[in-house]
Each structure stands twice: as C-alpha cells, then as structure tokens.
Design a protein around this ligand. Structure first.
Ligand code: 1CP
Length: 347
C-alpha cells in the first residue's frame, strides 16, 4: 500500500505545507464526461449509487482523465435516506424528489436510523476504490461525503429541489421541536454514512451544506450549526480532515468554520481573500467561477492564477471550482486547468 499521508491534498487538508497546490473538482464525475454517460446508459442514478462496480468505475473516471489530487466518492446526499427506506427518486433533469414530504414529529420518528448493514455496497465500493486508487498517479486519496442536516432537510421537507426553501424554514420557525428532532435524525444518518466511508478507507470527508446560504447568520447558529457541529465532531474523533462547504455563504463562512472544519469551502461569489479573512485558523477550498471553463483557456488560467495567488494568504489552499462542474463543461478544459494549477509555482 502506498502511504497517502504525504499526498498534496491531505497535507493541505491538514493545514501543512504542500509540494504543489492540490486540485479536485466538485461533481468531477458525472454528466460532463462521455465515459460517464456511456456507463450510465439505461441505469437509474440510485441504481448506479448501489452498484459497487459502477461506483468504483465512475469515481475513477475523472481521476484517470485529469490526474486530480483527490477522488470524490460517487454517490448522492440523498442516498442514505433511500437506504433507510424513505420513498424517493433522483429524477433526471430535476434532482431528488421525495414522495411523502416530512412535516410532523410522527413523520420524523418514522425514519429509521442508518446502520452499516443497510449500506454494504458503500463499504464494498470504498474498499474497492481505495485499493485501486493506491496505484493511480502514485496514490490518490478518496474524499467521503455526506449532506449536512439543513440541506438534506430541505429535500425531505420541500419534497424536491427548492429555491427559497420556504417550507423548510417555515417548519424551522414554527415548530422548533419538530425541527430539532428532524435535524438530530439527519445528523445521525449523515454521521453514520460518513463513518462507514471512513471505516472502509476514505481519508478525508466533505460535508455539503449546499443550501445553508438561505439562512441568516443568527438562524444558522441557532437552528443548524449545533447539528452540523455534531457530525463534524464525530469525524474529528476518527482523525480525518474535514471540509465544510456551502453556496452563497459569504456571511456564514465564520460560523460554518466554527461548526467544525479544517478547511472551509468557498463558493465562487465570495472573493477568496475576503473568505480567508473570516475563517480564522483554517484552510480554504475553492473557488473559480465554474463558468470560466467556457472562456478561452488563457482567460480561464489567468483567473485560476488569481485564485491561487489569493489562496497564498490562507493557512492552506485546495483549488476547486466555486460549485459543481456544469454538465456542458468541456473535459479538455478541466484537464488543462488541472495541469495549470499543479504546475503553478509555489511562492
Ligand atoms: O443522472 C445523473 O447523472 C444525475 C445527476 C447527479 C449526479 C452526477 C445527481 C443528482 N447527483 C450526482 C452525484 C453527486 N451528488 C456527487 C458525486 C459526484 C462528484 O462530485 O463527482 C455529489 C458529491 C453529490 C452531492 C449533492 N447532491 C449535492 C451537494 C453538492 C452540490 O452540488 O451542491 C446536492 C445538493 C445534491 C442533490 C442533487 N442530486 C442530483 C442533483 C441534480 C441535485 C441538485 C438538485 C437541486 O438543485 O436541488
């Protein structure tokens, strides 16, 4: 086994000096890759997420193609809900759709906890991946992930994707005891999902609170932070570095960091230097605007250089896009971007 401990990604994730700026891309596996579309032909998303061989192949595809510094486990934030029996589907072109949205304490109590016996395919896939990744590009670490309680709650309460998260916030404001029970339930499920991935060999984790930007800092601290903090504290006990990411979180970066993060993920709207000023003694991850891949290569790389230069002020910096890869992205642009970031001279 190759010792991944000294990989650029894990060094940066722990806040240590790096041989080069590590880079990976949120949603690096997926619809922008022709090889992904090929293996997904006729296979529903949630079926793909339950098939260890497909999970291994899809997770490896962008690592082989780009030589990125980390792999991200191919799954979805709603997979653990499916695994405990919540009636949901991932509808093409829409996203997760929940048949019976959660509104009452009885609804929350009807959701079982997640135990490892419900996700043997996750353990098998992670073990398979870790074995394969040991010899890819001299050893590539695997990032495990889960959805944070607020973001997962939004799908459960709204019944599907939402812009305003109005029903979710209405429940939060009007029925605090139901909200608390729901957040505890999801925190337990997310922590169990992450624990399974780490136990099987994932060497870092990312907690996605993609929709936390819908909250004021005060509401985040009151209704959300304690629950995300519990998940992240459990991961600290396992000794893996933790990345905590959300979208539209310029006003939340300090409190998301305080929830527990070795590295705070920064979306593309927030200037990285401003983010670094508020996250305290933590690393940052991000944050090139994902649409810059549609610009000429020199424009994209010039903007990537600005991100890297800004990142120098941080405790550590992991290069990424400021949100997921857009499906119409040309993979060759991401290959050029990866090469550019890895070759960029350190200060
Ligand atoms: O058939 C398909 O290809 C469906 C598209 C797709 C994919 C490729 C979905 C549906 N999920 C995924 C995989 C996925 N989802 C990964 C692993 C791939 C990788 O990163 O390389 C990860 C990390 C996620 C996490 C995820 N799912 C998040 C958090 C990240 C983010 O983008 O903010 C969220 C919010 C989801 C929900 C979800 N699942 C799928 C979609 C289209 C959505 C978003 C729907 C919405 O806008 O609310």
């Amino acid at each position: 086994m190759v010792d991944l401990h000294d990989s650029a990604f894990l060094k940066a994730a722990r806040g240590e000096a790096v041989p080069h700026t590590p880079v990976w891309f949120m949603r690096q596996a997926g619809r922008s890759l022709p090889e992904y579309l090929k293996v997904r032909e006729g296979v529903a998303m949630l079926d793909a997420c339950a098939d260890p061989d497909l999970i291994v192949e899809i997770t490896l595809q962008p690592v082989r193609r780009y030589g990125v510094d980390a792999a991200i486990f191919f799954s979805d934030i709603v997979l653990p809900l499916k695994a405990v029996g919540v009636d949901l589907d991932i509808v093409p072109g829409v996203g997760p759709v929940v048949a019976e949205p959660v509104r009452t304490l009885a609804d929350v109590e009807a959701i079982p906890d997640l135990t490892p016996d419900r996700i043997p395919f996750i353990t098998a896939a992670v073990q398979g991946l870790v074995g394969e990744l040991a010899s890819v590009n001299g050893g590539t670490p695997l990032i495990g992930f889960a959805g944070a309680p607020f973001t997962v709650a939004s799908y459960l309460v709204e019944g599907g994707p939402s812009k305003e998260h109005a029903k979710t916030k209405a429940l939060m404001f009007s029925a605090p005891e139901v909200w608390d029970a729901l957040m505890r339930k999801i925190a337990g499920i997310s922590a169990a999902f992450l624990r399974t991935q780490v136990a099987a060999g994932a060497s870092a984790i990312q907690l996605f609170d993609s929709w936390a930007g819908a909250l004021t800092p005060a509401d985040y601290v009151r209704y959300v932070q304690p629950h995300s903090a519990r998940v992240l504290a459990e991961m600290a006990e396992l000794g893996v570095p933790r990345i905590h990411f959300g979208v539209g979180t310029a006003n939340l970066l300090d409190v998301m960091g305080e929830a527990g993060a070795d590295v705070v993920g920064v979306d593309w709207r927030t200037p990285l230097d401003r983010a670094i000023g508020v996250v305290g003694d933590r690393g940052v991850q991000g944050n090139l605007d994902p649409t810059l891949v549609f610009a000429p290569t020199e424009v994209m790389t010039a903007r990537a250089a600005e991100v890297i230069e800004a990142g120098r002020a941080a405790k550590s910096h992991i290069f990424n896009l400021g949100h997921g890869v857009i499906p119409s992205t040309d993979p060759d642009q991401l290959a050029r971007l990866t090469e550019f970031v890895q070759a960029y001279p350190l200060a």
